[in-house]
Write a protein that binds this ligand. Structure first.
Ligand SMILES: [Zn+2]
Length: 286
């Protein structure tokens, strides 16, 4: 089954042109990098408004203000479809990539996989399948068509034990199951107490925290998990490399031009110029 993801901008910082460039890059990331590893398929499109997106779409809305402290959150809409909100920032494409990949691996934010706890006295626990959190840092992000996108963990990352030659994150930066990279985190449910726990790599330190009781049944574990790590995400993104960003200036001016010039290689510019000339010639002769 193919999921349909609709990117919508509700901020003046992101034009439809910029949105389209990012949607195309994310489509390529999903099709080329993510689909085979997680056995999901999806279309990613850019739409002017949420009303324009086809019924049944999973909306991903970019805004200047979102209620949570997190850079991105996902929940369920009135028709029980997952949706995500992304706070606009220079590296918003990284957040959008993070949210979309996690939505595809686990639409409802409650998928759990058993494994041994990073806290040895807990024994067997249930890990929340959040494919981008452990490697969310901009330091291990990569670019698709010049657009910054998130690294993500593979199903082997959540496997109970490692196998030689396995790939644990797409970039290869993660080298063993349930490893957490700097500025990343991992969340699990400790069934003995019903509490959520997290392992955070913060400022170079490994920190284990008891997040508290899991939310009531039907509530989304992902929302609780993301809320507890909003500060970490900001730190992870503050270390964004200065290349591959869709928009570097904070004032919103020149974003579209910059985005287009980044996406357009010298050859695509040349092909476009030739095409324009052909169109003009055709019009003149017609
Ligand atoms: Zn996440």
């Amino acid at each position: 089954m193919t999921s349909q993801i609709a990117l919508v901008s509700e901020t003046p910082h992101v034009s439809l042109a910029e949105l389209t460039i990012v949607a195309n890059a994310l489509q390529k990331q999903v099709t080329r990098d993510f689909s085979l590893l997680w056995t999901v398929t999806a279309t990613v499109g850019a739409f002017q408004t949420v009303e324009d997106a086809p019924v049944g779409s999973w909306h991903v809305v970019i805004r200047d203000d979102i209620v949570s402290d997190a850079a991105g959150i996902h929940q369920l809409d009135a028709s029980h479809q997952p949706f995500a909100l992304v706070r606009w920032a220079a590296q918003w494409s990284l957040t959008a990539s993070h949210e979309i990949l996690e939505m595809l691996a686990d639409p409802f934010g409650n998928r759990l996989m058993p494994g041994d706890s990073p806290k040895p006295d807990q024994g067997r626990v249930l890990f929340l399948v959040e494919v981008c959190d452990p490697c969310q840092s901009a330091a291990v992000a990569y670019t698709v068509n010049g657009v910054l996108v998130s690294d993500f963990c593979t199903p082997d990352y959540f496997a109970p034990s490692g196998t030689s030659g396995a790939r644990y994150s797409f970039s290869g930066a993660v080298t063993e199951p349930r490893q957490v990279l700097p500025d990343g985190y991992l969340t699990w449910l400790y069934p003995a107490t019903g509490h959520l726990w997290q392992l955070l790599m913060e400022d170079g330190n490994r920190r284990l925290t008891d997040v508290g009781p899991q939310p009531p049944a039907n509530a989304c574990l992902r929302v609780t998990s993301d809320r507890a790590t909003a500060k970490l995400r900001s730190a992870a993104y503050a270390r964004a490399p200065r290349s591959g960003l869709i928009s570097r200036s904070e004032d919103g001016r020149g974003l579209r031009e910059e985005a287009i010039s980044k996406a357009a290689s010298a050859s695509s510019t040349r092909i476009a110029a030739t095409l324009r000339q052909q169109i003009q010639r055709t019009n003149r002769s017609g």
